[in-house]
Ligand binder design. Structure first.
Ligand SMILES: [Zn+2]
Length: 242
């Protein structure tokens, strides 16, 4: 059940009959706190999950008993990328009660053209159990592989809480997310350190820098008035609150 509070606005300019709706603040989702939290993390490529929701996962792991199912769909047919993806997941999930990690090798950049194969694998993952919370790509992500993973997530998991994460990129597809997770400075730094130390093969990419990751978290921190100044942001497209 959700907990929340509503604060009315104090303005007096609403037209007659118009309902004044104030901002919703302090709304939290009552995911299981004492019991086990089952999360499913879906990422098209080796580092997507860590970039999009690595801080949120660290925060969940620090406060709850978490069972994590982690799926990366492509490691670019590269042994180095595959090793990096696996080691990164193992390290990030060190505090999880259990972590089941799969790194697949669907063809990088061609997901929309091999959608049937990927859909079949989604069905296998869906039969494994029912997660409490699913992290996946943003529906309007401009990368075709990301977008397909997002579409198949919604197509496969019909009655689940799904949060769509964002990945900064050259294409420029950042939008206006509506769900935020504040991260304290320690967790924010831990996330960035983890990314930079886990994915050495990406260091030659100009965007793969601490500045990029801190910058986006700082921007989202402003948007949710995070006490630390940092946050990760998500699209909660459909939230059933009660
Ligand atoms: Zn990606």
């Amino acid at each position: 059940m959700p907990r929340g509070s509503h604060r009315g606005t104090s303005g007096t300019t609403a037209p007659p009959g118009a309902e004044r709706v104030g901002p919703v603040t302090g709304l939290t989702l009552d995911l299981p706190k004492r019991g086990t939290l089952r999360i499913l993390c879906l990422g098209a490529h080796s580092d997507d999950i860590e970039i999009g929701c690595g801080g949120t996962i660290l925060r969940l792991l620090a406060s709850r008993r978490v069972l994590c199912r982690w799926v990366v769909f492509s490691s670019s047919e590269s042994a180095v990328r595959q090793r990096e993806a696996h080691r990164s997941a193992v390290r990030l999930l060190a505090r999880a009660a259990s972590a089941e990690i799969t790194i697949r090798n669907f063809r990088d950049g061609f997901f929309p053209f091999i959608g049937a194969e990927i859909k079949e694998f989604f069905e296998v993952v869906a039969r494994e159990g029912t997660p409490d919370l699913i992290f996946t790509h943003h529906r309007y992500d401009r990368h075709q592989d990301h977008r397909l993973i997002s579409d198949l997530t919604w197509n496969t998991f019909r009655r689940h809480l799904i949060l769509e994460y964002e990945v900064p990129k050259y294409d420029g597809d950042l939008g206006i997310p509506n769900c935020f997770v504040s991260l304290d400075r320690t967790v924010s730094r831990q996330k960035v350190r983890h990314l930079l130390s886990s994915f050495g093969s990406q260091r030659d990419k100009r965007w793969f820098t601490g500045e990029t990751f801190f910058g986006l978290m700082r921007l989202r921190g402003i948007e949710c008035a995070s006490p630390s100044g940092y946050a990760e942001a998500f699209y909660g497209r459909k939230l059933i609150l009660a």
